[in-house]
Design a protein around this ligand. Structure first.
Ligand SMILES: CC(C)(COP(=O)(O)OP(=O)(O)OC[C@H]1O[C@@H](n2cnc3c(N)ncnc32)[C@H](O)[C@@H]1OP(=O)(O)O)[C@@H](O)C(=O)NCCC(=O)NCCS
Length: 176
C-alpha cells in the first residue's frame, strides 16, 4: 500500500540516491548535476520543513517512490510563497504518483493560512512535467532563455505558478 507521509531525516540518503540516478539518466530534468546532490542538503531541507514548508515522500512496500518539497524563500515579503521540487523516482513514473504528490501538496497549500502561491521553474526539455503542472492549473508566467547549460546545448527555464490563497489574486507590480 502506498503512503504519502512527511519525510524523515533517515530518508535523506535514499532520496539523494534517487535524485542522483534521475539526473545521471537525463540531464534535461533537474538543474543539479549528480555530484551536486547531497545527503546533507536533503537532511537540512527535511529539518527545515518541520517548522516551515512541506517535505513529503511516497512510500510503498518499504521503498521510497518519490518526494516533493515546498520551500519558503526566507524574506518576509515572500512569506506567502513556496518553491516546488518534485521527483518521482526512476521506475515509478507514469503511474499517477506525480499527480498524487502534487494534489497532496496543493491541498496542503490551500489549507495553510500562510501560503498563497506555489511557484516553480521547469526545464523546457521536460514536457511531461510541464503537462502535469498545466493540468493542475499552474499558469505560465515567463521563460528564462538559455538558463540551463546542458552538455551540447542550452535549455530554457519556464516559470510557472499556482495561486492557492483564498482571496482573489491581487498581484502585479503596477497595482497596489
Ligand atoms: C514529472 C514527474 C513528476 C511526473 O510524475 P509521474 O508520476 O511520472 O506522472 P503521472 O503518472 O502522475 O502523470 C501525470 C501527468 O504527467 C503527464 N505524463 C505522464 N507520463 C507522460 C509521458 N510519458 N509523456 C508525456 N506526459 C506524460 C501527463 O500529463 C499525465 O497526466 P495524465 O495522467 O492525466 O495523463 C515525474 O515524471 C518525475 O519526477 N520526473 C523526473 C524528475 C522531474 O522531471 N521533476 C520535475 C522537475 S521540474
Amino acid at each position: 500500500m502506498e503512503t504519502i507521509r512527511p519525510a524523515r531525516i533517515e530518508d535523506a540518503e535514499r532520496i539523494a540516491a534517487a535524485e542522483r540516478a534521475t539526473v545521471s539518466a537525463d540531464e534535461g530534468l533537474l538543474a543539479a548535476r549528480p555530484h551536486e546532490v547531497s545527503v546533507e542538503g536533503h537532511r537540512r531541507r527535511i529539518e527545515r520543513a518541520e517548522t516551515e514548508g512541506l517535505y513529503i515522500v511516497a512510500e510503498a512496500d518499504g521503498d521510497l517512490r518519490g518526494h516533493l518539497i515546498l520551500e519558503p524563500i526566507g524574506y518576509e515579503s515572500l512569506a506567502h510563497v513556496v518553491q516546488l521540487t518534485i521527483v518521482v523516482h526512476p521506475g515509478c513514473r507514469g503511474q499517477g504518483l506525480g499527480r498524487r504528490l502534487m494534489n497532496h501538496a496543493i491541498a496542503w497549500g490551500r489549507r495553510s493560512e500562510r501560503i498563497e502561491r506555489i511557484e516553480l521553474r521547469v526545464r523546457s526539455t521536460n514536457p511531461r512535467a510541464v503537462r502535469l503542472y498545466e493540468s493542475l492549473g499552474f499558469e505560465h508566467e515567463g521563460r528564462m532563455r538559455n538558463r540551463i547549460r546542458l552538455s551540447d546545448r542550452y535549455a530554457d527555464d519556464l516559470c510557472m505558478a499556482l495561486w492557492v490563497g483564498g482571496a482573489a489574486e491581487a498581484g502585479g507590480a503596477d497595482r497596489t
